[in-house]
Design a protein around this ligand. Structure first.
Ligand code: GDP
Ligand code: MG
Length: 177
């Protein structure tokens, strides 16, 4: 394949949701460009970023949508969820309220998104263990009850970010094949 062109077998849309400042944009920056910034203002108001990866020898283009500051309850429009095959539901392990709001975000998803959407619950900022406010067990239990995948990540340290996306994209891939 010359001049950097690549055959794309699948395009999967995945949406990032969760309260403001939990690290959604940095998770996306880490996944799409392997970058991280401690300055949240560096978030550009782009709609989505893409990265193409191989799953089962097929090239899968992940189109990851970021809310760009519309996190206020019910401000995220149905256009955002339209066509999404996957969702990453993010909270901050150092801020209990961001976890307590997860059921609302899940309800939003279930109201607006496809009913077969693949969902992963993500507890971000796992590098801040000394400030932990959400026990891993609580989140694990919630995820099991709701049938969600679950991982704790650190966008800063690049821990589990790749796994989180791979988990969602592989599950989507498996459901369409
Ligand atoms: P968003 O509003 O959910 O998009 O959150 P941002 O991605 O803008 O991140 C909010 C703040 O948390 C920024 O200052 C980030 O640098 C910081 N942040 C994001 N992810 C992590 C992480 O994994 N660890 C730490 N320590 N800080 C993070
Ligand atoms: Mg953001």
């Amino acid at each position: 394949m010359g001049s950097g062109e690549q055959k794309i077998d699948y395009v999967f849309k995945v949406v990032l949701i969760g309260d403001s400042a939990v690290g959604k944009s940095q998770i996306l920056a880490r996944f799409s460009r392997n970058e991280f910034s401690l300055d949240s203002k560096s978030t550009i108001g782009v709609e989505f970023q893409t990265r193409t990866l191989l799953i089962d020898h097929k090239s899968v283009k992940a189109q990851i949508w970021d809310t760009a500051g519309q996190e206020r309850y019910r401000a995220v429009t149905s256009a955002y969820y339209r066509g999404a095959a996957g969702a990453m539901l993010v909270y901050d392990i150092t801020k209990r309220p961001t976890f307590d709001h997860i059921p609302r975000w899940l309800e939003e998803l279930r109201n607006h998104a496809d009913k077969n959407i693949v969902i992963i619950l993500i507890g971000n900022k796992s590098d801040l263990e000394n400030q932990r406010d959400v026990p891993t067990e609580d989140a694990k239990e919630f995820a099991e009850k709701e049938g969600l995948f679950f991982l704790e990540t650190s966008a800063l340290q690049a821990t589990n970010v790749e796994s989180a996306f791979t988990t969602v994209l592989t599950e989507i891939y498996n459901t369409v094949n």
